[in-house]
Write a new protein. Structure first.
Length: 488
């Protein structure tokens, strides 16, 4: 499909005025195309050759609209750091519409598009820094097998935007199957728009839980909560397995279908640090890495409360009780794969927990350790692994490896098969914050080559890429714990 043939539909906007406001984007005066994502072009059924179409600069900043587009600012509310905020909504983004490709509907969302009725005191803009971070993060998690929104393109400008300092404005077109958040349901519940809430429940169920089509609202709402609970458990299990911290798990940042949503001050673990806080505004550690499972369950409770107009308290509790066992089972399966185990044994949880404690005690790089473990074949001394720990941790590592060796022997593990399997789930390349900052700093000077390199590596994180060893290295101390703000 050619870019000129793209025609958008607008099912969500057609739900009515209770759901948001028609809003015209505020384009940049001098837009400049920075990057088009070829993988997302393919996802949307757009010809690869269209990546070079000059119309992207206009489409990516709202100066020109796709055929059929009716830009729409979505209204929602949510709990931010545990406190309900009624004054939320798309304050700098517009839902452009949806595009059907290969039997699926994908929504396009223009971020940084200017003021909307929900901007409050904001300027409605995004900056190049935050736009690049979101662009990269969607590709990183998608390639790691974790559901995520993605981005189609980035458009920059010379427009000054004030954050902690003066930066330049940028926009991206975000792509997701839906942009409905937990906060959409909260908004309609707390404002007592129950007929609209019924419509929203039916809308989401019709799209994502097709066997609920003939159900009444109560049954649909129950099915929706069970669906969201399982999807959210799978999502956070994936985050914990790869060492990803979201940073701002407010209910307005939670996708109803369990996508990673609204990237801000996120961070991948460098050293394995359970209490890692990536958001410099999170003074209490509410959204620390190890707190994410509990926070996601807290958010599901908030969603359940928003559905309580149609579902009884006991049923809501039963739905939410599915979260913990599904989380534990999903996480355990993911960690067995990371360890190269193909069967399940009673002591696997302890084997994994002991390793994580070892990594935490010795401040070991999480990603690089598991990648190195993929190449371990029982050698003594285990030089490659020992090199990742300080000498004080060597004895503990040897002791853990003895138990690991016994566990591998129980299932007659073959090194070559295990090595291939572990390299396919333990990435060599992750999106480290200090590397993202190098990409951003280069882009701010007009050099987009590091951005292209990073996109390539993140889309293929399990490959060796021997010419790019620098991008796989653990950061220097100065590259750890970089202060990342919500304006990211």
């Amino acid at each position: 499909m050619k870019l000129s043939d793209v025609t958008l539909t607008h099912q969500y906007a057609d739900l009515g005025g209770a759901f948001g406001s028609r809003t015209t984007p505020t384009p940049f005066a001098h837009p400049a195309l920075i990057h088009v994502n070829p993988a997302v072009l393919q996802l949307l059924g757009i010809d690869a050759s269209e990546a070079h179409n000059p119309d992207w600069a206009q489409l990516g900043c709202g100066k020109k609209l796709f055929k059929g587009s009716k830009p729409f600012a979505m209204k929602y509310t949510g709990h931010q750091f545990g406190v309900y905020n009624p004054d939320l909504g798309d304050g700098r983004a517009l839902l452009l519409g949806g595009i059907e490709a290969r039997g699926r509907l994908w929504e396009l969302h223009l971020k940084g598009a200017g003021k909307t009725p929900y901007s409050r005191f904001g300027d409605g803009r995004a900056v190049l820094r935050s736009t690049i971070r979101e662009y990269l993060a969607g590709e990183a998690l998608t390639a790691l097998g974790i559901r995520s929104t993605r981005a189609l393109c980035i458009v920059g400008s010379d427009e000054p935007v004030v954050r902690e300092e003066i930066e330049t404005g940028a926009m991206l077109i975000r792509v997701a199957e839906t942009h409905v958040r937990f906060g959409h349901f909260e908004y309609l519940f707390y404002t007592k728009q129950l007929e609209a809430l019924q419509r929203l429940i039916d809308f989401v169920c019709q799209r994502f839980i097709p066997d609920t089509g003939d159900m009444g609202t109560s049954e649909q709402a129950e099915a929706l909560l069970r669906f969201a609970t399982r999807r959210s458990a799978e999502l956070v299990a994936g985050w914990q397995s790869v060492g990803f911290a979201h940073g701002v798990l407010n209910t307005d940042n939670m996708s109803i279908i369990g996508d990673t949503f609204d990237y801000g001050p996120y961070g991948f673990l460098d050293d394995y640090e359970p209490a890692f806080i990536c958001n410099h505004s999170d003074h209490t550690g509410r959204y620390a890495f190890e707190q994410q499972p509990g926070v996601v369950l807290w958010n599901l409770n908030a969603l359940a409360h928003a559905l309580s107009a149609f579902v009884g308290a006991e049923t809501l509790r039963e739905c939410l009780e599915e979260f913990q066992p599904h989380l534990i089972n999903t996480y355990a399966a993911l960690m067995r794969r990371k360890l190269g185990l193909t069967t399940e044994e009673e002591n696997d949880q302890k084997l994994c927990a002991d390793l994580l404690q070892l990594l935490a005690d010795n401040r070991v790089d999480y990603t690089n350790f598991f990648r190195a473990l993929a190449h371990y074949r029982g050698e003594r001394p285990p030089s490659a692994l020992l090199a990742l720990l300080p000498p004080a941790g060597h004895s503990a590592l040897r002791h853990w490896l003895e138990g690991y060796d016994r566990r591998l022997a129980h299932e007659n593990s073959d090194f070559c098969r295990r090595n291939r399997a572990m390299r396919a789930v333990n990435p060599k390349f992750i999106l480290r914050n200090y590397l993202a900052q190098k990409v951003i700093e280069a882009a701010e000077t007009g050099d987009y080559r590091p951005l292209q390199t990073m996109v390539t590596l993140l889309q293929n994180p399990f490959d060796e890429h021997p010419q790019h060893e620098f991008w796989a290295a653990a950061p220097p101390e100065s590259g750890k714990h970089m202060p990342i703000s919500c304006s990211s």
